[in-house]
Design a protein around this ligand. Sequence first.
Ligand SMILES: [Zn+2]
Ligand SMILES: [Zn+2]
Length: 121
Amino acid sequence: MSKLKKANHPYHRFKKINIGAFNKPPYWVYKCTKPNCSYYIRCELATDQVCECNRCGKLMLIGKQVMTQNSSKPMTLPHCEDCTKRRKAPNAEKVDAITEFLERNKTEVPVDGLPPVLRKD
Ligand SMILES: [Zn+2]
Ligand SMILES: [Zn+2]
């Protein structure tokens, strides 16, 4: 098991790194990125670990989403569900709105930036 050296912070913040030796298969671990902390844990064993989100700093649990987000591999810098949504949602909505606008106005191309998508019919 991992050596439990007393850390100067209650929760770690993880980054995925490969500590495998040269010419050996990769050995992925989540290593704490905080100063003076040498804690790390194998990615496979990191499920259900509590850590800090790399974006908002809130506590999060390493769940299935973190472990499979990066084309079914663990995220490099784990972040919470909120941050995953926050990053995706605004752009996705914008794209949808533009698509919808173009569908309705096939012959017209908006010249001055974004179409007035908020208008409801
Ligand atoms: Zn730590
Ligand atoms: Zn977050």
